[in-house]
Design a protein around this ligand. Structure first.
Ligand code: AMP
Ligand code: GLY
Length: 424
């Protein structure tokens, strides 16, 4: 089979790496890809939002299956465009990707179907939002309705901060048209966990739990980022919690989407908060997480292509999803200054240390080749150094050992990825 993967981050590197293990796969292309992906796939310089060019490429190269890694093209309807051309593609259609694309839609869906989530109100007029804030309880959470690179959520301690937030989102349009509408919701406390799942329109099968580290600095300080590291499984996601979520959150979400005439096929990433009143949904994503994919895929025993095809064909019930008992930890190596401003173009040394080392992976995120053919830094998040271990402690020690194998000017990372497990 010929596979096309759409995206250019660590998640897409992990997807390409996993797809390459399938005996069915002869050739992988990635658009646009990065320097690490180029080792296992042929990278093609087409952007993820250039749907017509991507369709043209898929037809010309007789691509058998396209896997979409990123949220923007999914929410923009890439799956509908591919399907209309008779091309096989893994991911939700536009009318289902809205589960991630509109927070107002997902909150209304949860409310309608009794899926546990924070109480909320939706606003399309900033004056109404400001009036509501006068009587609200604080802290409170403001969310731009649309996609905002994970940055459209503001936690406000008091009315003044919330007023300023409404102005930023709805009037100054800090997140563009994502702020045409907004959700204002109750502030919840608890531990956050992520659960990735495969969905075939009718049923859901969960992969593994993971825990993200969104803030830039040690001790969960600093600004929110796309994710500075991750571990899987998380010990806080117990069997009991899983039973509750399967019954009250996961399958009900899939049933609700089908009932609404929006059958979901692809990956749903459930962002959950374990509150004292039980697990509640923080958000849905319509794709693998980044770096959640980097810690979940190395633990997956199944052939990725088989599972993607089962989701497309509605035969996920015939797949026995299996995960290794090993734990996995990913530490993101970033450019110092991320997520605000940073230099790039620095040569990366030590990548060869990962060759032929079982259980150690270096997934590239922001990397490129310079004119001398060297691999250089090319983004805020540069690499995801990932390791397996017999338990989380071992995986964590292995990942941090491997962090030292890599060197580049400007290298920055958190030292406490997975430290929370010490409390478990
Ligand atoms: P989201 O993009 O909706 O997952 O929000 C980003 C981050 O904001 C989450 O990972 C949480 O840390 C935080 N957050 C979102 N909603 C709430 C809430 N209702 N209460 C407390 N924290 C929240
Ligand atoms: N790591 C969070 C996300 O992919 O949305």
């Amino acid at each position: 089979m010929k596979i096309l993967i759409i995206g250019s981050g660590g998640r897409e590197h992990a997807l390409a790496w996993k797809a390459a293990q399938s005996p069915k796969v002869d050739k992988i292309y990635c658009a646009p890809g990065n320097a690490g992906i180029a080792e296992i796939a042929e990278c093609v310089p087409i952007g993820a939002m250039e749907f017509d060019r991507l369709v043209g490429f898929a037809k010309e190269h007789a691509i058998d299956l396209t896997i979409v890694g990123m949220d923007d093209p999914l929410v923009g309807g890439i799956v509908d465009v591919f399907e209309a051309e008779g091309l096989r593609v893994f991911g939700p259609r536009k009318n289902a990707a809205i589960l991630e694309g509109s927070k107002a839609f997902s909150k209304d869906l949860m409310k309608k179907y009794g899926i546990p989530t924070a109480d909320y109100r939706t606003f399309s007029d900033p004056q109404d939002a400001l009036a509501y804030l006068k009587t609200a309880k604080y802290p409170i959470v403001l969310k731009a309705d649309g996609l905002a690179l994970g940055k459209g959520v503001l936690i406000c301690e008091d009315e003044a901060a919330a007023d300023a937030g409404v102005k930023q989102i709805m009037q100054d349009k800090k997140f563009g048209s994502a702020g045409n509408k907004m959700v204002i919701e109750e502030f919840m406390t608890g531990r956050e966990v992520s659960v990735l799942s495969f969905v075939d329109g009718k049923i859901v099968k969960t992969m593994a739990s993971a825990q993200d580290h969104k803030r830039a600095k040690d001790g969960d300080q600093g600004l929110n980022t796309g994710g500075m590291g991750n571990f899987s499984p998380t010990p806080f996601y117990t069997k009991e919690i899983d039973e509750f979520c399967q019954k009250h959150i996961f399958q009900p979400t899939v049933d609700a989407m089908a009932k609404e005439g929006r059958p979901f096929k692809g990956v749903i990433f459930f962002g959950l908060m374990l509150t004292k009143d039980g697990p509640k949904v923080l958000e849905y994503n319509a794709r693998f997480g980044d770096p959640e994919a980097q810690v979940v895929l190395p633990r997956m025993e199944n052939d990725l292509i088989d599972v993607c095809e089962a989701c497309i064909d509605g035969t996920l019930d015939q797949i026995d999803l299996k995960f290794r008992n090993d734990a996995c930890v990913c530490v993101v190596l970033a450019s110092d200054g991320y997520p605000v401003s940073y230099q790039k173009g620095y040569p990366i040394r030590g990548l060869e240390n990962f060759k032929d080392k079982d259980g150690y992976y270096v997934f590239h995120a922001g990397t490129a080749f310079n004119e001398n053919g060297e691999v250089v830094t090319n983004g805020g998040r540069v690499l995801g150094v990932t390791a397996l271990g017999k338990d989380l402690k071992q995986a964590r020690a292995n990942a941090y050992k491997a962090v030292d194998w890599i060197d580049f000017d400007n290298k920055y990372y958190r030292h406490d990825i997975g430290k929370a497990i010490d409390e478990a």
